[in-house]
Unconditional design. Structure first.
Length: 88
């Protein structure tokens, strides 16, 4: 399930694609960014607690979570985030 979410988010927003920076050093992978976002959402913890686990700065963790949430709503919103109907 995590891989399906990660791939959907990665295809929606190129922020999650691992790219080299201006110095040629590879940035963080989509797995690192998605893991940081999911851990922050699942455990309700602050970004400064996640940054040590995934070795990302606090600001990068916050940006990853913000972009992750927006992408999940756009990619999976129609299928999984619909409003309840009478049958529900």
């Amino acid at each position: 399930m995590f891989n399906r979410i990660q791939l959907g988010v990665m295809y929606f927003d190129d922020y999650f694609i691992c790219k080299p920076d201006a110095c040629g050093t590879l940035g963080f992978s989509s797995y690192q960014k998605c893991t940081a976002a999911v851990r922050m959402l699942a455990y309700g913890i602050a970004s400064d607690l996640v940054d040590e686990y995934v070795r990302m700065s606090e600001s990068t963790c916050l940006e990853a979570m913000y972009k992750f949430c927006r992408a999940v709503v756009q990619v999976f919103g129609q299928e999984y985030l619909r409003e309840p109907n009478a049958a529900d």
